[in-house]
Design a protein around this ligand. Sequence first.
Ligand code: SAH
Length: 425
Amino acid sequence: MTTDAARPTVRQVRPKTEGWAQKLDAAGRPLLQFASPKRGKPPEHLADFTPEQRAAKLVELGMPSFRAKQIATHYFTHSTSDPAEMTDLPAADRAELVAGLLPPLLTELRRLETDKGDTIKFLWKLHDGALVESVLMRYPGRITLCISSQAGCGMNCPFCATGQAGLTRNLSTAEIVDQIVRANRVIAEGQLGGKKKTDHSQERVSNIVFMGMGEPLANYARVMQAVRTMVAPAPDGLGMSARGITVSTVGLAPAIGKLAAEGIPVTFALSLHAPDDELRDELIPVNSRWKVDEVLDAARAYFDATKRRVSIEYALIKDMNDHGWRADLLGEKLNARGRGWVHVNPIPLNPTPGSIWTASDPEVQREFVRRLEAMGIPTTIRDTRGKEIDGACGQLAAADEDGDPVGEVPAGTTPGSAPAEALLP
Ligand code: SAH
């Protein structure tokens, strides 16, 4: 452990915002937005409903309830909302079924590629003009999609581009699920790298990370309904494995407890970024509500309930949170809660517009990892993809070609940019 005597000589930069003004509440503290601003509701969609509700909806439309499974198969398994492809349905009913159950939710505005086509960032426009992004990444043996749970974000973390514009609104369950279905279609059509094979029709997204725009646990009910649909076997859902789904949070402690009690063992990631309240209060404004020890206790309880090893995310920011003593303190706090329950994912900071902060130097990163490993904590620097297309963690900035935020958003709000990246080891 570093001695206290060594501390004063180490540079310490405070987390002040650069190039943008952080929104403050009446008391002058960073504004936290938990409630979604009221906007017109997105159209209801098959993916908003449980299988029972889908069958009831069919009856409402005056059609036999078994058609619900047929249409769900088209959507979840064949990734299509095109009536022309639904040849097992009576031609006369198809248009009505699709209009009633599969209304368009996401309009693709732009696609950016990097890594020889293995990484694609999508910019989607929602029915009301709000914008979100998702990032699709092909790795050897898996395909990961980083999805958004909100348009913008209300958590106001100064180092993340998404928080700068505030929260536009919560996404509906179907708007969350449709990001995956649209990605599956792109993969099946052979548009995601890996061109060596000619037939990609059987490939699908295997891993989901809720690391795009938004704070998933601030949109809890819709995110959980989306997760249930992701893990539901065909034809009711996407048939994905829960352990391949990662829910990442700034640390809303009560919601972490709820998540642990769901009985769906998703992978849980906590964006900690500082082991001491003094720094975390400034870096993660929600720390004013739930302190480091409280969120670490909640993370440990998540492990106890699910037996899933928890990830601690830690963006390494030069001279801000990358001090050796902080690595030691983090290690102590994790080990105080037991062994083998957690691993740490340091992420070298990705630059965001207007910010002077940068990633820690490579030797500082190595020292941070070394200290954690010396305390027996598995630690992997995260392979961060998509920096060239502003698609990496903290960079997703939903804007049009001129860099202007687009869409008919209400005065005073601009579409956010989000940490949309992903990638757990
Ligand atoms: N709101 C959730 C999910 C989205 S963030 C959360 O905060 O966990 C996904 C990850 O990217 C988080 O760990 C977040 O802290 C991190 N991140 C945000 N901005 C970043 C940046 N500029 N560089 C690197 N990582 C960043």
